[in-house]
Write a protein that binds this ligand. Sequence first.
Ligand SMILES: C[S@@+](CC[C@H](N)C(=O)[O-])C[C@H]1O[C@@H](n2cnc3c(N)ncnc32)[C@H](O)[C@@H]1O
Length: 291
Amino acid sequence: MKKVGFYVSNLVQRVLNYGKFRNEFLGRLPQRFHGAAKLLFYFTFTAEEKKLASEIESFRSKIPALSTAKEVYSYTSPHSNTFKTDEKGKALPGEYIGSSVEGHMKTGSSKFNGILLRRIVAGAGVKRILELGTNTGFSGCYFLSVPGTELVTIEGSDTLCEIAKINMDRFSDKHRIMNMLFDEAIDVLLAEKASFDCVFIDGQHEQKATLHYTQRVLPMLKPGALIVHDDIYWSDDMHAGWQKMVQDPQFSETVDLFYKGICVVGNGTAPKAHYDMGEYLPRPEIFRKNW
Ligand SMILES: C[S@@+](CC[C@H](N)C(=O)[O-])C[C@H]1O[C@@H](n2cnc3c(N)ncnc32)[C@H](O)[C@@H]1O
């Protein structure tokens, strides 16, 4: 019943704020983010996006046949305030837990979140993407479906890396899967002097971990590059981390798209701008209460 109430109030707000969103918000939001913001407001895919999302989704039913092991291990998203580093200052991951291979048919980006990522990347003209958290490769497929993109993606679970490779190979071979912990792989990339136009941080959803990885990837990004954070409404703690990034002077622009938060790397001189869909639509509830 609570859910129905939320959907009704959501619909009413959409209708009431339609003109304000179109004229006021889109009037000041940089053009490169319009596609993503419109998806949130109008909730509709183009015919091309519908076809692509169905093609990407068709892989889910094939996942159980791809693993001989009954259980597939992955790193869980840890509780708030559990972030720890080793003696060298390297981040320790969350727990490594096995779950049924069937369970992994449901994980990773949904159609909606995948198309949202795709619109962010396509709108900003991003070409080189780094992803923290491959899982079974669904977000990777959405990235690689944008013509001209290349993806480096990091995943600690070897079985998930194997599944993700088969999944992403359907769209492009311009990907490199690093089967390592995030901090180990970032060390390798820094030593290689790698650089990216966009980093998608989608693993270890905890404030201190998120802020840690944000600082670690910054040396690989030039002004104008994007850091896209997943699940900024995951927990109160993750949301507090997002609010710190909104205040962080290293970013010239931040965009709150509810399911993703975008930070644009600044050059230290541009004035700070924040764009917030919460001014036009009801914010999502915090997903994990007391997490
Ligand atoms: C939420 S899933 C990624 C979903 C994927 N980006 C998508 O949208 O389809 C997070 C993944 O990150 C991996 N992970 C979490 N913490 C990690 C760490 N510290 N190092 C390596 N992998 C990690 C987990 O094993 C899990 O598969």
